[in-house]
Write a protein that binds this ligand. Structure first.
Ligand code: CP
Length: 304
């Protein structure tokens, strides 16, 4: 049995197989409509979600399986003090696979240690969000046709943004990937990522607060939200929340074949006027999340 806790749990070739399967599903979804008949997915969400939970549920339903679960800690026995370890022991007899989102970093690892079924990390605190990374990789592969030889701009909250951390960890494994990391000083990437991943891996990266200056160099611009829920201090959040707003004027600096991704939800960081630009692909990206989660569920259940 295999779990997915970090994007690095998958080798490059396993990742490639999942992305290829996701692309095959995208082209002919009906071919896979009964592959999970008789199987159940549990969604254990201790933190709010729209895309991740519902795309997991849509994925399992598209595969002919069934879904069960909870969408907040308040509506589960976590509110009575039940541990993640006890919860997963019970859920293991109710479902065949589970997706867990938890505000505490490492909670899905604890779940995996006590689980009788595959556990998928659907986001743990500011740490990792591997299925968002699979979604991002599928989007880049489908639209750019490659995962190597790319200059990727990441903009916004690079400190607490788990989607950013997961995507950097995944992309450094490909040849000639360069990062332009755009953030306010207070929201730069964590030091472990700078030292242990980028510097140790001899990866080309620039940390800056100037988005326009680097726009013409980018193949991908990955925008992120400044996350109110990760701040201890409301004043800091208010001061930093609108540090970078991508609008039609800034898009004039970008290449014709650059794509704007965003894991969503968006607040103010992308003006709605950008939505009609053909390079704005964040809604398509959210749709691709269903296909790649279908591929992941099939793979972890041994049905791929
Ligand atoms: N991208 C993402 O994780 O969105 P949700 O928080 O809505 O699941």
């Amino acid at each position: 049995m295999k779990h997915l806790i970090s994007p690095l749990d998958l080798s490059i070739s396993e990742l490639e197989e999942i992305l290829n399967l996701g692309q095959a599903i995208m082209k002919a979804p009906d071919k896979y409509s009964s592959i999970c008949e008789g199987k159940k997915l549990a969604t254990l969400f201790y933190e709010p979600s729209t895309r991740t939970r519902l795309s997991f549920e849509a994925a399992m339903l598209n595969l002919g399986g069934k879904v069960l679960g909870f969408s907040s800690a308040d509506s589960s026995s976590a509110s009575k003090g039940e541990s993640v370890a006890d919860t997963i022991r019970v859920i293991s007899s109710y479902a065949d696979i589970c997706a867990m989102r938890h505000p505490k970093e490492g909670a899905p690892v604890v779940a995996a240690m006590h689980s009788g079924i595959p556990v998928i990390n659907a986001g743990d605190g500011g740490h990792n969000h591997p299925t968002q990374t699979l979604t991002d990789l599928l989007t880049i592969k489908e639209l750019k046709g490659r995962l190597d030889n790319l200059t990727i701009g990441m903009c916004g909250d690079l400190k607490f943004g788990r989607t950013v951390h997961s995507l950097i960890n995944a992309m450094v494994r490909y040849e000639n990937v360069r990062f332009i990391l755009v953030s306010p000083n207070e929201l730069k990437i964590p030091d472990y990522l700078r030292q242990e991943v980028l510097i140790a891996g001899n990866i080309d990266f620039i940390e800056t607060s100037e988005l326009e200056k680097y726009m013409p160099e980018l193949d991908i611009l990955y925008m992120t939200r400044v996350q109110r829920e990760r701040f201890f201090n409301e004043e800091d959040y208010i001061r930093l929340k609108d540090s970078f707003i991508l609008d039609a004027e800034k898009m004039k600096y970008a290449r014709k074949d650059m794509y704007v991704l965003h894991p969503l939800p968006r607040v103010n960081e992308i003006a709605t006027e950008v939505d009609d630009d053909p390079r704005a692909v964040y809604f398509k990206q959210a749709e691709f999340g269903v296909y790649v989660r279908m591929a992941l569920i099939m793979t972890l259940l041994g049905l791929a």
